[in-house]
Design a protein. Structure first.
Length: 519
């Protein structure tokens, strides 16, 4: 007698991830629901992942099957599609080889599917941040937690357009008959195939269920290894693929004929997709930024103008400045979006209104978008302005000539008194905050900025007693009209600064990226 088909087939995709594949498959085999099988699809790995998959299948006959593709597809779409074709379960889930399922994921999702009759059930995904070197967990953050506060059932996507914010395919359980009936498959020629697949699923589903239970552990290595394809936002090809997928979704929604869904999707694009790129825009070189602006300027006009009024003002501002091709202003907006509210623009005061910059104010729309009067930046205490000290240049030590570090701090609305300002750089060990030292700076403020310079006289490179090699946080202190301004020192993206100073590891920080210095 042939064995009964499983309740759930979990399609596990892998490419060159032999070390982590067993843990992913183990999370399937350890499910509290008995009727679960794993179909492992190896995308033509070169590190032995296919052999690991075959060994797991041999070790667990009837519960694990292995499929090895003859040629690498370059993405997730094809291996997932192949996995669905090999699925025997009444329901299908997807798992990446570097992630794991919660032990009760299949049980909770199957129970919800059977109870509600839903074509697709979606559960809570949790991003687990791992040390890239040791693999130890460093923290967790739920993915779109506001969608998963309680159990909910929706008849159509129109009942909950905000579902478009969660376009992951991996935290969901699909009725296999539903996938086959509507011929639902992943795009195989573009990355971000999840976005289009999920939108198509939502539109086709006759019932969608959400459960608050944790179902998927999305493991994110911090500071180790190459980023995944979808996280390579520093590559313009990545931007092109994302926009190509969004255009496909736009066409899908246009054919569906519900303009409210299109607006909801555009809100999602601004709040999530654009924000991801803009938070890192200041990290990119000039060539990337130019290409990025050109690509986005070709897509943003397709968005519903009403969507911009439903997002953070600085995201609305970013979209406006992209179409205006204003790189300088976008850099300051990027620092605001990615830097927890930091002020990087000198601002402009006109007719009693405060604007983010002094350009693009010749039209009503420009004035509306750039108006930041409501932030109270003209009256907020200077010490709370969240300013930063940007490094603009340096000079290495040459003989008796001291090493030098130069930088600038924006002077918003000229609120920092003009003229010479006392100040110093403060170095604090990241390993032990009790270890600090200071270097005096010369600083001078004008209407729009404060220029500062620090010199490091030649001296033996010795460590203070008790100080180990470490990274140092660097802050600029300025005495500005009775206010002690404390500004983190930031270094331009891709800049490495080699200065010989009395404390040997003091400038290790400056060989890192702007983002790390910022953090």
């Amino acid at each position: 007698m042939a064995p009964s088909p499983p309740d759930v087939t979990v399609v596990v995709i892998v490419h060159n991830d032999a070390a982590r594949l067993p843990a992913a498959v183990a999370s399937v085999l350890d499910q509290s629901l008995a009727g679960v099988e794993a179909v492992v699809v190896d995308d033509a790995s070169t590190d032995g992942s296919g052999d690991v998959a075959r060994a797991l299948a041999a070790e667990h006959p009837g519960r694990v099957r292995a499929v090895v593709l003859p040629e690498n597809s370059g993405g997730c779409g094809r291996p997932r599609n192949v996995g669905v074709r090999h699925a025997r379960g009444a329901h299908v889930m997807f798992l990446d080889s570097d992630d794991t399922l919660d032990r009760h994921a299949c049980r909770n999702m199957l129970e919800a599917a059977e109870r509600t009759g839903a074509d697709v059930v979606s559960g809570r995904c949790v991003r687990v941040f791992l040390d890239g070197r040791t693999g130890a967990a460093k923290g967790e953050r739920a993915w779109m937690p506001w969608l998963y506060k309680e159990t909910a059932v929706y008849r159509t996507l129109a009942d909950k357009p905000e579902l478009l914010f969660d376009t992951l395919s991996t935290n969901k359980c699909y009725r296999r008959g539903f996938l086959e009936e509507h011929d639902l498959r992943f795009r195989e020629d573009l990355h971000y195939e999840d976005l289009l697949f999920s939108a198509t699923v939502y539109l086709a589903a006759r019932r969608i269920a959400l459960i608050p239970h944790r179902v998927y552990n999305w493991n994110v290595a911090v500071g180790g290894g190459a980023p995944s394809i979808s996280n390579r936002r520093g590559e313009l090809a990545n931007v092109e693929d994302r926009l190509a997928i969004h255009r496909q979704i736009d066409a899908l929604l246009a054919a569906h004929g519900d303009p409210d869904l299109k607006t909801a999707k555009d809100v999602k694009f601004l709040k999530h997709d654009l924000k991801l790129y803009m938070s890192e825009y200041a990290l990119r070189d000039a060539a990337y930024r130019k290409g990025f602006r050109a690509l986005l300027a070709g897509y943003l006009p397709a968005l519903d103008p009403a969507a911009a009024d439903r997002v953070d003002p600085f995201l609305r501002m970013a979209a406006h400045l992209v179409t205006a091709d204003d790189d300088a202003a976008l850099l300051t907006v990027s620092e605001r979006i990615g830097g927890k509210g930091r002020i990087a623009s000198p601002l402009s005061l006109r007719n009693g209104r405060v604007y983010w910059c002094d350009r693009h104010l010749d039209t009503p729309e420009g004035r509306r978008v750039l108006d930041v009067t409501s932030l109270g930046l003209d009256t907020r205490p200077l010490a709370s302005m969240k300013l930063a000290a940007h490094v603009t240049g340096h000079r290495a030590e040459r003989g008796a000539q001291p090493a030098e570090l130069r930088g600038r701090v924006v002077n918003p609305l000229g609120r920092i008194p003009r003229g010479e300002l006392p100040g110093h750089l403060e170095f604090t060990s990241r390993a032990d905050a009790a270890h600090t030292f200071t270097v005096p700076v010369r600083a001078s403020a004008n209407r729009t900025e404060v220029a500062w310079t620090a010199e490091f006289p030649p001296a033996p490179r010795t460590l203070p007693i008790g100080v180990r090699d470490t990274l140092w946080n660097v802050r600029l202190h300025l005495a500005a009209g009775g206010t002690d301004l404390v500004c983190p020192v930031l270094v331009p993206a891709g800049t490495a600064i080699d200065l010989k100073v009395p404390v040997r590891p003091a400038f290790a920080l400056f060989t890192t990226t702007w983002l790390r210095a910022y953090a």
